[in-house]
Design a protein around this ligand. Structure first.
Ligand SMILES: C[S@@+](CC[C@H](N)C(=O)[O-])C[C@H]1O[C@@H](n2cnc3c(N)ncnc32)[C@H](O)[C@@H]1O
Length: 201
C-alpha cells in the first residue's frame, strides 16, 4: 500500500480523485499508455530515470519500466497509486517504480535530480511546470498535456488556473529548451494542448 503522509489525509484533491478512481468512471483502469507517453517514450532519450507527475494509474509509467527505466510516479491519489502498484507487481516491474503520494502544489523533485523524461498529462500548475522543466537532463525530453482555455467554452466553471493560456506552455519554458511540437489535440473543438520539448543546452 502506498504510504499516505499525514498532511495528505484530508487533502480535498486526494478525496476527490480517490472517489473518482474508486468509481466506474475509471475502474478498472485499462493501463493503456497515453498517446503522449507512447510518443515521448519512442523518441531518442538519454540514459536515466523517468518522472511522471499526476500519473494516475499510468500505462506510460508501466511502459517506461518495461523498457528498463527507473520511474518515479507522483500523484495525490493513493487509490490510483495502489492500482498502479498492483499492475506493476503483476508485470514484475514494481522494483523499477517508486510511487509517491503527494500534493503537486507543494511537492518538488529532489534538488539536483535529473530525468531523461519528465511527463505530465491531464494536470496543470504554472509554478510546477518551471520546476519540472528544470530537472530534465541534458538531451532529455519534457512532455506535457493540459487543458487549454478552449475547455472553458464547453465548461465555463473550469478554473482559469487549470488551463494553459495562448502560447503556453511552450512560452514558459526556461532557456535551453527546443520545442519539438506544440499542438491542440482532442475531438473538435480541441481543448487540450500537448507540448514536447527537448533540453538542448
Ligand atoms: C485527469 S487525471 C490524469 C491522470 C493521468 N495522468 C492520465 O493521463 O490518465 C489528473 C490526475 O492528477 C492528479 N491530481 C489532481 N490534483 C493533484 C494534486 N494537487 N497533486 C497531485 N496530483 C493531483 C489526480 O489524482 C489524477 O490522477
Amino acid at each position: 500500500m502506498t504510504r499516505v503522509p499525514p498532511e495528505l489525509v484530508d487533502n480535498p484533491d486526494r478525496r476527490r480523485w480517490n472517489d473518482r478512481y474508486a468509481t466506474s468512471e475509471y475502474a478498472p483502469p485499462t493501463f493503456t499508455p497515453h498517446p503522449l507517453a507512447e510518443l515521448v517514450l519512442g523518441m531518442p532519450l538519454p540514459d536515466g530515470p523517468v518522472l511522471e507527475l499526476a500519473c494516475g494509474p499510468s500505462g506510460g509509467a508501466l511502459l517506461a519500466a518495461e523498457r528498463g527505466r527507473e520511474v518515479t510516479a507522483v500523484d495525490v491519489s493513493d487509490v490510483a497509486l495502489n492500482l498502479l502498484a498492483d499492475e506493476a507487481r503483476r508485470r514484475r516491474v514494481d522494483y523499477l517504480i517508486t510511487l509517491i503520494a503527494a500534493d503537486l502544489i507543494t511537492w518538488r523533485p529532489p534538488p539536483g535530480s535529473a530525468y531523461a523524461l519528465v511527463l505530465c498529462i491531464g494536470y496543470w500548475d504554472r509554478a510546477l511546470f518551471g520546476d519540472a522543466a528544470s530537472v530534465v537532463a541534458a538531451g532529455g525530453v519534457l512532455g506535457w498535456q493540459a487543458l487549454s482555455l478552449a475547455a472553458r467554452d464547453a465548461n465555463p466553471r473550469l478554473p482559469v488556473s487549470w488551463c494553459v493560456r495562448a502560447g503556453e506552455p511552450a512560452s514558459l519554458l526556461p532557456p535551453g529548451f527546443q520545442v519539438v511540437s506544440q499542438d491542440d489535440v482532442g475531438p473538435k473543438p480541441a481543448t487540450r494542448r500537448r507540448l514536447v520539448a527537448r533540453r538542448v543546452g
